[in-house]
Design a protein around this ligand. Structure first.
Ligand code: DAT
Ligand code: MG
Length: 142
């Protein structure tokens, strides 16, 4: 399985809920290595740009307002099959549909505030990592 990198965000609800460490522990237990991390309070234009793919969706402004409601932790995860593995650890987008033992099932209640973001493909992972980090910020073990 190829070593990949993916962009992860601990969203404002999980930062406010003091769950950064719990979420990082789950990444590390799953074999994902944190190779860069930064706490950021996104501006409206940053959040709009990060989620631009959802611009036409009915939930777009609620999503942007939520993402700027408090600081987030942004990290790059590296490991075998990291993109899929991160999404597996996160669980389904809607916490009500997420499997027991996943971040969204255990630490979130609604789709509007679902604790974590993870890139969904190699292309978006590359774009999303570059949105927050330069090559020099990535402390890869490989
Ligand atoms: P994911 O975050 O699992 O990749 P997505 O890319 O489809 O999900 O949507 C991005 C975020 O937008 C998601 O984490 C929460 C919000 N969202 C998605 N669908 C929603 C809905 N039906 N109502 C409210 N917010 C929604
Ligand atoms: Mg997505």
């Amino acid at each position: 399985m190829a070593v990949e990198r993916t962009l992860s965000i601990v969203k404002p609800d999980a930062v406010a809920g003091n769950n950064i460490g719990e979420i990082y522990r789950r990444f590390e237990t799953a074999g994902l290595r944190i190779i860069a991390a930064r706490m950021v309070h996104l501006t409206q234009s940053q959040a709009e740009s990060f989620y631009a793919v959802h611009r036409e969706r009915p939930f777009f402004s609620a999503l942007v307002n939520f993402m700027i409601s408090g600081p987030v932790m942004v990290q790059v995860l590296e490991g075998d099959d990291a993109i899929r593995k991160n999404r597996e650890v996160m669980g389904a987008t809607n916490p009500a549909e997420a499997a027991a033992g996943t971040i969204r099932h255990d630490l979130a209640e609604t789709v509007d505030a679902n604790a974590a973001h993870g890139s969904d493909s190699p292309e978006t992972a590359r774009e999303e990592i570059a949105f927050f980090f330069g090559e020099d910020d990535l402390h890869s073990r490989n």
